[in-house]
Design a protein around this ligand. Structure first.
Ligand code: FRU
Length: 326
């Protein structure tokens, strides 16, 4: 039973302690600030699939009109999405996928393509020959599976002798540092590293610097986040060699949610594209990011102004009504 006549959007986020996801949330909130007709409920599962399942139940109980979900792992969250759909509540799956296509819309990127682009770029950098380590994200999450697929394909296609060893960093810098410390001797004859995200790429660089400070091999990541310490900064500062943009999708999620809620046409499958950021284009990207972020601030202050104007208008109306009555 709904108490208000507002749309209620629930957002179930798999984890929240990284820049990529805080950028996504900030984007959503900016977009939502233009839509006072929407209430937004946000729950974050701390990277735990069981917690996320329980949080989806909580959101159902809150009486949401639509669910946006970035599922921690595909398998364990598929039934949760189905449960919501079965209640007639539309679901937008964002970034990470579930099994099958039992959702209303998907918004993400082509992660196979991202892995492939990384593989091609990296093979070229090392002259199609060498030993490479691939640091994967969480094994049950779809971007890790897809980025691996694409990477393997590119390595195979290049006439190279790239030999990819694989470790799992679970998307996290610390996990990556621990695992690479354990096998640090193997890093000695490595020519390049592909990490499925920039956090893990940074972890790899730190371990290399610790054990082999003379070794300046290329490290490639994914995300290329703007914001302090993000992937753009890492490329700019030379900590990593390149990063593939992984769009944060927050705006697109809210736009699609509103289209669905208002009965407007929308696309079911939405995959945004990526580009390689390296020393040749990182300056331009950083400038663009700065511009976008100042536009975002503009949107906030305009919204505030508008709200103030409304209050003034209402009080003027009240005065006017009194005058008319008199
Ligand atoms: C953020 C993150 C990103 C990665 C994405 C994959 O939590 O780990 O770094 O690209 O999730 O879903």
């Amino acid at each position: 039973t709904k108490k208000s006549n507002k749309f209620i959007i629930g957002f179930s986020q798999c984890t929240g302690n990284d820049l990529w996801r805080s950028n996504m949330l900030a984007e959503m909130l900016t977009e939502l600030s233009l839509h006072p007709e929407v209430d937004f409920h946000y729950l974050e599962a701390g990277g735990n699939s069981a917690t996320q399942r329980a949080q989806v139940d909580t959101l159902i109980e809150k009486g949401i009109d639509l669910l946006v979900i970035s599922p921690n792992e595909a398998e364990p969250l598929t039934a949760a999405v189905k449960k919501v759909m079965d209640r007639g509540i539309p679901v937008i799956v964002i970034d990470r996928e579930v099994k099958g296509n039992g959702y209303t819309a998907f918004i993400g990127a082509d992660n196979v393509k991202i892995g492939e682009m990384a593989g091609q770029y990296l093979s070229q950098l090392i002259g199609n020959e060498g030993n490479v380590i691939e640091i994967r994200g969480l094994s049950g999450s779809s971007p890790a599976i897809d980025r691996s697929k694409g990477f393997a394909k590119a390595i195979k296609q290049s006439k190279s002798q790239v030999e990819a060893k694989t470790v799992y960093g679970d998307w996290m810098e610390d996990t990556t540092k621990n695992i690479l410390s354990k096998i640090h001797r193997q890093l000695q004859d490595i020519d390049a590293i592909f990490a499925h995200n920039d956090n893990m790429a940074l972890g790899a660089r730190k371990i290399l610097n610790k054990y082999y400070p003379e070794k300046h091999i290329p490290i490639i990541g994914v995300d290329a986040c703007f914001g302090e310490g993000g992937g753009l900064d890492m490329v700019y500062d030379g900590k990593i060699t390149a990063s593939l943009v992984y769009p944060t999708l927050g705006k697109e999620a809210i736009w699609t949610a509103l289209d669905i809620l208002k009965g407007l046409p929308f696309k079911k499958e939405n995959k945004l594209s990526s580009i390689v950021i390296d020393s040749t284009n990182v300056r331009v990207m950083k400038m663009q990011a700065a511009m976008i972020s100042s536009q975002k601030d503009d949107i906030y202050s305009q919204r505030k102004l508008l709200d103030e104007q409304k209050i003034i208008y209402k009080s003027q109306q009240a005065v006017l009504n009194i005058i008319i009555v008199l």
